[in-house]
Design a protein around this ligand. Structure first.
Ligand code: HEM
Length: 441
């Protein structure tokens, strides 16, 4: 070996053509193509970015980057629009500032706090149950995609602002945050409208400071949070960025998961029956209590299987701070790393019949047998989703409530000419609304 060869980094194979992967429908099949051609590691040259990208489809590498050596990786490219929306919120920030924000926000997601917030989830589902009962009586076909989107928005807003939401709706004449459900473009106009909402959050904070009323919600937790290391709280701007982060991160992710879960159940009657049996036997009244959520594990498995097949965050990225070596490959400083749960969750080395909907693969026994990092819908390591448990409880309460009363029947004629199609943007949506008939049970 000559001295020049000895110095060459060991990089994975990849295409000659440069390309910048992004959270777009254009990148989605290109990523599949790379994985098919080059395997678990693909090196991609940049077009506009400063450095190469390595696309990773390997659970050992996921563990190495997100857990073992996480300090060497900061958030990567591909989320420029999200950054425009969220200022320096916890999802986009890095380093010491991120650590401080995470320390202050984490307590609001404890089991005890979620027990309290579950009441707001139950109330939202109670209202939705009444609405679905009326629609079922009228033989109406429902648009599950928008029903779950509205529900998820209602829940995150009530968990943030409690009944201050009613005040905002009365003042503005409509729910000012509703643009999140009807304006799906996420373009620059959306960014401007979304930023205008920050003024409303500031107004709520000012009003709360003048009052002695207690709220059991995220806004209260953020306003009162004190960093144990410094004894300081967050500034108003920081609180607002975190509030907006929770709305963006917590709304569409849960909504799309439920959208897919209902669709998958409708296509798999045997699994649907197991869910019906479970909720019939374990939920005493109409709505599952927080304790009962623990008694409906199959509903959780349904959600996990929906997250496997259609992970809302189908692509996310990191950038290496210093040189690293992962699974035998050199990772020079500045390299962008992309993970794609959508493809990893269908990797044939880790998933048997990957295209099939089989919630049983998430039984405790099956989970133990599998590589822990082959399933990463919430990411992993210190930057794992802070709302993972919150959203599982939220989704179990919804599935438990509705599956007890209804069977949802997919109506293909109304759900788009080509059937259900994917729309991979920042979140993995369905291209057309999924339309369903409510059959009373
Ligand atoms: C099905 C539901 C959800 C999914 C699949 C999901 C997925 C994710 C993923 C993949 C990340 C990491 C992204 C990255 O590393 O670049 C993340 C981070 C985050 N998520 Fe979620 N999420 C969900 C629900 C929620 C909810 C309900 C909330 C809040 C109420 C939330 C708040 C956050 C926050 C604040 C972060 C940033 C954490 C940090 O960087 O420290 N998520 N989520």
């Amino acid at each position: 070996m000559t001295s020049i060869e000895a110095k060459l980094p060991n990089l994975p194979p990849g295409p000659d053509k440069a390309y910048d992967i992004n959270t777009t429908d254009e990148s989605f099949p290109i990523v599949a193509d790379y994985i098919a051609k080059y395997g678990n590691f693909t090196l991609i040259k940049p077009v506009t970015r400063a450095n190469n990208t390595i696309l990773i489809n390997d659970p050992d590498a996921v563990k190495a980057i997100l857990v073992k050596n996480h300090e060497n990786y900061k958030k990567g490219p591909g989320f420029e629009r999200v950054k425009m929306l969220l200022g320096n919120g916890i999802i986009v920030s890095d380093g010491a500032f991120w650590r401080r924000q995470r320390r202050m926000i984490q307590p609001a997601f404890s089991r005890k706090c979620i027990d309290g917030l579950a009441k707001k989830m139950q109330k939202a589902n109670q209202d939705l149950l009444h609405s679905w009962q009326k629609k079922a009586d009228n033989n109406e076909v429902i648009d599950v995609s928008s029903e779950t989107s509205d529900l998820s928005l209602e829940i995150i807003l009530r968990c943030l602002f409690s009944d201050d939401m009613d005040k905002l709706i009365a003042q503005e004449g409509e729910n000012p945050f509703q643009i999140l459900t009807y304006d799906l473009a996420r373009d620059i106009q959306f960014v401007m409208k979304f930023r205008a909402l920050k003024i409303l959050v500031q107004q709520l904070m000012d009003e709360r400071r003048e009052s002695s009323k207690r709220y059991d919600d995220f806004l209260e937790a953020f306003m009162e949070g004190i960093d144990k290391e410094t004894g300081e709280g967050m500034s108003d701007k920081e609180i607002i960025d975190e509030v907006m982060t929770m709305i963006i991160a917590g709304h569409e992710t849960g909504a799309t998961t439920l959208n897919w879960a209902w669709y998958l159940l409708s296509q798999n009657p045997a699994e649907e029956k197991k869910l019906h049996d479970e909720v019939d036997n374990n939920i005493a009244a109409d709505i599952p209590t927080f304790e009962e959520v623990g008694n409906i594990p199959f509903s959780r498995q349904v959600i996990e299987e929906a997250l496997r097949l259609y992970p809302p965050v189908w692509l996310y990225s990191r950038t290496a701070i210093a040189d690293d070596k992962i699974c035998g490959y050199d990772i020079p400083a500045g390299t962008n790393i992309f993970f794609t749960p959508y493809y990893l969750h269908r990797h044939p080395d880790f998933w048997d019949e990957p295209e099939s909907f089989k919630p049983d693969r998430f039984s405790a026994e099956e989970v133990k047998k599998r590589h822990k990092f082959a399933f990463i819908p919430f990411s992993a390591g210190p930057r794992r989703c802070i709302g993972d448990y919150f959203s599982i409880v939220e989704m179990q309460i919804h599935l438990g409530t509705m599956a007890k009363k209804f069977k949802l029947e997919y109506v293909p004629d109304l759900s788009g000419e080509k059937g259900v199609e994917l729309d991979p943007q920042v979140n993995l949506r369905s291209k057309n609304s999924i339309m369903m008939k409510l059959i009373k049970r």
